[in-house]
Design a protein around this ligand. Structure first.
Ligand SMILES: NC(=O)c1ccc[n+]([C@@H]2O[C@H](COP(=O)([O-])OP(=O)(O)OC[C@H]3O[C@@H](n4cnc5c(N)ncnc54)[C@H](OP(=O)(O)O)[C@@H]3O)[C@@H](O)[C@H]2O)c1
Length: 341
């Protein structure tokens, strides 16, 4: 466990370590965990350039007003779009690439999401939940990494989802499109957690000067926890009876945001080249109470920052299943983007 005091000590050095105007991109940060991470980022940096994504322009503008109270030297830009559609993710990534062509991108944090039950198919023929948890996040990351020249590529990538909970997947139905697997939450949770960790390991080899962290935040009482309950009365009941019982196990959202900043900036989560001392730098040196992590540029971490992984990962790694997952992902991206042209 990385104590929150160690996380804070590391974060307090961010301002003097990573340069005065880092560029960071956040998706799913108009509220909840993404917002808390973005807020921690702007509170601990001098004059960052912030690009962030959500669905509502109005909500984006009001988030900018809030963040200006935290850091009025930062530049903020909101891009409105829909993260359940790969064509829209491609459009937003292209806008961001264009806007950052001179500065490059240093940090990327993706955490858009919602809970839902039952399969809802997008017009691109994909399950909405699979898309927002995995396909759209990885398309976004892949597009930013592959479109910018090496010195301007993102150097730190974080996906807040389900690190360390990797579980066996249905290898004959990777996109869970067969009616037998339609809309079931558990296979979707297993596929998206395992795919994220395998894809990050694959990308860490392809981009050795970029560090990738897949984190699990723990139970965090954000709007997303009960927002999926359609019936307002049932939602009210859950919020006022069941949810308070979980308080002892819940992680406060501000702490999750601080931990997000730590994952993005600490040397504990260095890129492959950074580990060998040849990286571009910009990592905060390990502080007392924080040990070097084992991962090779890709890290799967539990709610308090401990590295770990589901038992299935060893076997998947041994037989190169990550390659299969990544090929499948590229195929899904291509097919969806071709369809939408
Ligand atoms: N909270 C928990 O206990 C918990 C536990 C484990 C894992 N997680 C994971 O952590 C992530 C963040 O959760 P959270 O609790 O912070 O959720 P949240 O408070 O509901 O925030 C979700 C964010 O995602 C954005 N979003 C939702 N649907 C979108 C769409 N279709 N297109 C673009 N943006 C969209 C929302 O922005 P707009 O509404 O402004 O568009 C919002 O900024 C999720 O992936 C969740 O599965 C959460």
């Amino acid at each position: 466990m990385v104590a929150i005091s160690a996380v804070r000590a590391s974060n307090s050095a961010v301002r003097s370590t990573i340069g005065s105007s880092p560029t960071a991109v956040f998706a799913g940060s108009t509220e909840g965990i993404g917002y808390a991470t973005m807020r921690a980022f702007v509170a601990n940096t001098e004059s960052p350039n912030i690009y962030f994504v959500g669905r509502s322009q109005q909500k984006g503008e009001s988030v900018i007003q809030e963040l200006k109270q935290v850091n009025d030297k930062a530049q903020y830009e909101f891009i409105a779009g829909e993260f359940t559609l790969l064509s829209d993710v491609d459009r937003m990534a292209t806008i961001i690439i264009d806007k950052t062509s001179s500065t490059g991108i240093d940090y990327v944090c993706v955490s858009p999401g919602f809970l839902s039950l039952g399969r809802q198919e997008t017009k691109e023929g994909l399950d909405r939940l699979m898309t927002i948890r995995y396909y759209s996040r990885l398309l976004f990351i892949h597009t930013l990494l592959s479109s910018l020249p090496p010195p301007k590529r993102p150097k730190h990538v974080l996906s807040v989802l389900a690190g360390t909970t990797e579980a066996p997947v249905l290898e004959t139905d990777l996109s869970l499109s067969s009616p037998a697997n339609y809309g079931k939450f558990l296979p979707c949770a297993a596929h998206t957690a395992t795919f994220t960790s395998l894809a990050f390991e694959h990308l860490a080899k392809q981009y050795p000067d970029t560090a990738f962290v897949h984190s699990y935040p723990g139970l965090v009482k954000t709007g997303g926890v009960t927002g999926w309950i359609g019936n307002a009365w049932v939602r009210w009941l859950v919020e006022w009876t069941l949810l308070p019982l979980t308080t002892p196990f819940a992680v406060p959202v501000t702490e999750v945001g601080e931990r997000g900043l730590f994952y993005l900036t600490s040397e504990r989560f260095a890129s492959r080249e950074g580990k060998e001392g040849r990286g571009r730098g910009g990592n905060v040196r390990l502080v007392q109470g924080v040990e070097e992590a084992k991962g090779e540029g890709a890290y799967s971490v539990a709610r308090y920052g401990d590295e770990g992984e589901g038992e299935c990962m060893k076997g998947y790694r041994e037989r190169g299943f990550g390659e299969t997952v990544w090929k499948h992902s590229l195929w899904v991206f291509e097919r969806a983007l071709r369809k939408s042209v």
